[in-house]
Write a protein that binds this ligand. Structure first.
Ligand code: SAH
Length: 389
């Protein structure tokens, strides 16, 4: 097996179970290794440390185990069984909801692997070539862990792998027509993993949508960056007076409208195709609740400053214009903007808008998107519920 030997100053990080080896930590020759090779990570004296997937990239090894075991069918069976058991304990698949994340990369000790579940269908998304090379093992492990509740497995990795890997999007087991109807918090959703963004839906906002529902009765709501309308649907289910859903993508708005129709909420809903940053400058009407859930403004640290300016501007517009006593659900999914920086940015926006703002709730990613304690980089979604006096 290929050996990756690492610098003695970098051993500490792996002994603390951080699951990544960066290229700068490697002291052995790896040029001949192929992307996706299974490698053993050793210290400078050849002592075993870990085993994982190699890739020619800044993150050179994604560690799957700190034990000297094979990454075979049995290994994946065990890991995926553990991941499924956690979701079962959390009762995430029930008559009201049948959408959840089954595997969340490092959070489930399977770096490079995402598996989302939509009412019987598992959608696999690989972020490393090593994981992609293992999809048959992963698919088998999913079948074993889920039994008859699994009707199909779809692999969608063409967007998330480097282009040299030529990831193919195919069914590995069964088949399912899309859009496929699934449920979250009692509302029905059309899910299309083939044409949709990511695996088809933003599962990470499930609990936060539920919370919005609690605030929504008789309220007038503006849901910006709505994608397929998840927040809008919960607000309408819980008795909002009117909901406006806004996205710059016509395709996203078409998805929202299909979901609104599916639940028969059309009478109290209107959609708006617009750039949210522009639209928020001067709202044509006043709202009781505004949801701000933009895409990651910064994917890298060097874009962080610009991202913060973006969050500040967007939130200042909302705080300035919301009705007295109004509520803002504001989010950031940029991993490089941590919760302290995000909160400070919102405080800066409140100062700029010149209104009194209270933080009512602090929001985060749900338990099916767990954070590996040894991999703090896994924390990405944070949000605040604000009340503007
Ligand atoms: N809130 C959504 C997920 C948001 S994903 C949910 O609950 O599912 C981010 C969305 O922002 C995408 O749909 C994307 O089309 C949209 N978007 C990106 N830039 C935008 C912009 N400048 N103005 C409005 N929408 C934008």
């Amino acid at each position: 097996m290929n050996i990756v030997r690492i610098h003695k100053n970098k051993v500490n990080s792996i002994e603390r179970r951080h699951p990544w080896v960066f290229s700068g930590a490697i002291i052995s020759e790896v040029e001949t290794f192929k992307d996706g090779d299974i490698v053993t990570v050793c210290d400078h004296k050849d002592r075993f440390l870990a085993r994982g997937h190699f890739q020619h990239a800044t993150i050179s090894v994604r560690i799957l185990t700190f034990e000297p075991v094979d990454l075979d069918q049995e290994f994946y069976n065990q890991k995926i069984q553990n991941a499924v058991e956690l979701r079962e304990k959390l009762n995430l698949i029930n008559p009201n909801s049948n959408i959840c994340r089954l595997v969340h990369g490092e959070g489930d000790s399977l770096p490079g692997l995402i598996v989302d579940f939509y009412n019987g269908v598992a959608v696999i998304q690989c972020h490393s070539i090593g994981m992609y090379n293992s999809i048959e093992l992963i698919s088998e492990a999913l079948k074993k862990a889920l039994g008859v509740s699994l009707t199909a497995v779809y692999s969608k990795s063409s967007d998330t792998l480097p282009s040299r890997a030529e990831g193919k999007d195919v069914y590995l087991f069964g088949e399912c027509l899309t859009p496929h109807v699934a449920k979250e918090n009692g509302v029905e959703l059309n899910i299309d993993w083939i044409t949709g963004q990511k695996t088809g839906f933003f599962i990470d906002q499930r609990e936060n949508r539920f919370l919005l529902g609690k605030y929504a009765r008789n309220k007038k709501v503006l849901n910006t960056f709505c994608y397929s309308g998840g927040f809008s649907l919960l607000a309408l289910k819980e008795g909002a007076e009117l909901v406006h859903s806004l996205d710059s993508s016509k395709k996203a708005i078409a998805l929202t409208e299909e979901n609104i129709a599916l639940n028969d909420f059309g009478k109290k809903h209107q959609s708006i195709v617009a750039d949210a940053m522009e639209y928020m400058k001067e709202l044509p009407e006043a709202y009781d609740i505004i949801v701000l859930d933009p895409p990651a403004f910064a994917k890298h640290r060097d874009k962080r400053h610009k991202a913060i300016q973006g969050y500040k501007r967007l939130n200042a517009h909302a705080i300035r214009q919301i009705k007295p006593g109004g509520i803002i659900f504001t989010f950031s999914c940029s991993q490089v903007v941590d919760k302290f920086l995000f909160t400070n940015t919102i405080i800066a926006a409140a100062i700029e808008a010149g209104r009194n703002v209270r933080i009512l709730e602090q929001l985060h990613q749900p338990a099916d998107h767990p954070i590996n304690a040894f991999h703090p980089e896994g924390e990405y979604l944070k949000g605040l519920v604000l009340q503007v006096d």
